[in-house]
Write a protein that binds this ligand. Structure first.
Ligand SMILES: Nc1ncnc2c1ncn2[C@@H]1O[C@H](COP(=O)(O)OP(=O)(O)OP(=O)(O)O)[C@@H](O)[C@H]1O
Length: 348
């Protein structure tokens, strides 16, 4: 097993900067998700760690070894990509055995490792089948089993569940989490799906424009986003942001007054489920435009002043479009954002 150190890694493709200087340290056995919108550099960073792409500057250390100049096969890692290649002409057993055979493992070790990985991924009963006779989810598990069978120190995964339907993704997510915990594998997992990152990772590195903008536990990323971008990208519905002005250390918004960290223009951030509905006069004024019953809750979309906000109310709530309500906020569950920089005020 091994930790990973990414030290000031940058990448340009011609004149285009794909990665600014990125530094990231992943502990032995830790699961880190790289999360961000399309084009933010997630795949490029993963390919550099894998050795499939050469960084323009910086280095990659796995365990104690600087692997920056090593070939992928010399780095002691395994990969599972979005378009997982299972070999159609090989049985599931031979697919799972593939990496071991490439490494020249003897038959006894191949047998033992294939059965161990197959048991972890619950594919033992399919070992003699060919991939054509498997479902998409079963094929995906074969690809993961093949990666785990070599007992890699490091596992790199790039959107490995994106080809699966919603229910299967949910099942595989839970399965992957427990399998990798059990194996103690250091994992870096690329996704643009924030629920997947929240559910799987010990820590999430949120990427934007070739930078890591925040790296922390899913809970902290969710409740204390470092920037407006992170608050808006993580969580469904996204965090709400309301423009206001603070004077003499507080911001007055309709019927509520909140202590603010600085005077002048400032943005209030809060989560839709942290607002309690109250009457218009005693809360933050909220005009409902759409009320959507979601089953588990009622999703209200409307305006606070000129800003759009989404509020999560109990499913039993009866509210019509056009209603003027008030929102009560818990001051410990809000953030303040600097409108110039988009960054959260420290301690807010
Ligand atoms: N081989 C390449 N040549 C030129 N530009 C590239 C190359 N590979 C990636 N890029 C650019 O680098 C940037 C980062 O791409 P990357 O694939 O790492 O993003 P991503 O976050 O993984 O996106 P996605 O989720 O869409 O895969 C993008 O602007 C992309 O167009």
């Amino acid at each position: 097993m091994a930790g990973i150190l990414i030290d000031k890694v940058a990448k340009q493709f011609g004149n285009a900067v794909a990665l600014q200087e990125i530094s990231l340290s992943v502990a032995d056995g830790e699961f880190v998700a790289l999360l961000g919108p399309s084009g933010c550099g997630k795949t490029t960073l993963l390919r550099i760690i894998a050795g499939l792409e050469v960084q323009s500057s910086g280095k990659v250390v796995i365990g104690e070894r600087d692997v920056s100049a090593l070939k992928p096969s010399e780095r002691g890692l395994a990969m599972v990509f979005q378009n997982y290649a299972v070999f159609p002409h090989m049985t599931v057993f031979e697919n799972v055995a593939f990496g071991l055979r490439m490494k020249g493992a003897g038959q006894a070790r191949v047998e033992a490792q294939v059965h161990k990985a197959a048991a972890l991924l619950h594919i033992e009963e399919y070992l003699e089948r060919y991939p054509a006779k498997l479902s998409g989810g079963q094929r995906q598990r074969v690809a993961v089993a093949r990666a785990l069978a070599v007992e890699p120190a490091v596992l790199l995964m790039d959107e490995p569940l994106s080809n699966l339907d919603a229910l299967l993704r949910l099942e595989m997510r839970a399965e992957l989490r427990s399998v990798l915990r059990e194996a103690g594998t250091t994992t870096i997992y690329v996704t643009h799906d924030q629920t997947e990152a929240m559910g799987l990772a010990d820590r999430i590195a949120v990427m934007h424009g070739g930078h890591i903008v925040q790296i922390d536990t899913p809970t902290t990323i969710y409740s204390k986003p470092a920037t407006r971008f992170v608050g808006g990208f993580v969580g469904s519905p996204p965090m709400n942001f309301v423009n206001t002005t603070a004077t003499a250390g507080s911001a007055r918004l309709g019927g509520i007054t909140l202590a603010a960290p600085v005077d002048g223009p400032i943005i209030l951030g809060f989560r839709g489920e942290d607002a309690r509905l109250t009457d218009a006069a005693s809360g933050l004024p909220f005009k409902v435009k759409v009320a959507e019953p979601m089953g588990s809750h009622l999703l209200l979309t409307g305006h606070v002043g000129n800003d759009l906000a989404r509020i999560v109310a109990p499913s039993s709530t009866q509210i019509d479009a056009g209603t003027m309500l008030g929102l009560a906020l818990d001051p410990t569950r809000i953030i303040w954002v600097d409108p110039q920089t988009g960054r959260t005020h420290p301690g807010a």
